[in-house]
Design a protein around this ligand. Structure first.
Ligand code: SAM
Length: 163
């Protein structure tokens, strides 16, 4: 059941407020084999096809050091998604769940995240596996996988707070 932009049985759309400009900048584009949502994986897989993350200037300068990480977190803007559903029916069977209880691309802010394995770097292009987005999807951010990353800055009091 792949959604293009239709509303399904029992789904609930709202009159979504106009977007506020959060000042986001797209820092590049993601190149994948998929040109249709009917073909995209639901979630990327570590042994999936090689994809290219093209980081645009001046942000390519920010890639320094990224090769040290076997896996990176990729954040992207699912630009073809509708943004007004609060209940969705992933199986299109009339059973619905709240948007924040699922990982559907349809969200008020259609941000997708994947942990991708970093297979290589060619200048401003990262070669990765593990993505699930359409060819041409705008890139929002890249970070080392949090499981591989140890903060470099000194700890702060809040780091020791529990309970
Ligand atoms: N891995 C991300 C996550 O969990 O945040 C995204 C998961 S989302 C279920 C992946 C689906 O989003 C794909 O199967 C495809 O149907 C859809 N999709 C991919 N790229 C898109 C785009 N640029 N705009 C709208 N929908 C997209």
């Amino acid at each position: 059941m792949v959604r293009l932009n239709e509303i399904r049985l029992n789904e609930v759309a709202v009159d979504a407020p106009a977007p506020v400009d959060a000042g986001l900048v797209f820092i590049g584009r993601i190149r994948t084999p998929w040109t249709s949502r009917l073909e995209c994986p639901r979630q990327g897989r570590a042994d999936g096809p090689l994809c290219r993350i093209e980081v645009a200037p001046p942000w390519d300068a920010a890639l320094d050091g990224i090769e040290a990480f076997e896996r990176i977190e990729v954040l992207y803007w699912l630009h073809q998604s509708r943004r007004d559903l609060v209940r969705q029916s992933p199986a299109d069977d009339g059973a619905t769940r709240g948007t924040f209880a699922i990982r559907s691309p349809v969200r008020p802010n259609p941000i997708g995240t994947s942990i991708a394995s970093l297979a290589g770097r060619e200048g401003s292009v990262l070669l990765v596996r593990g993505l699930d987005c359409l060819d041409g999807t705008p890139l929002l951010d890249l970070k080392p996988d949090r499981c591989l990353f140890t903060p470099i800055a000194p700890p702060q009091p809040g780091d020791f707070e529990t309970g």
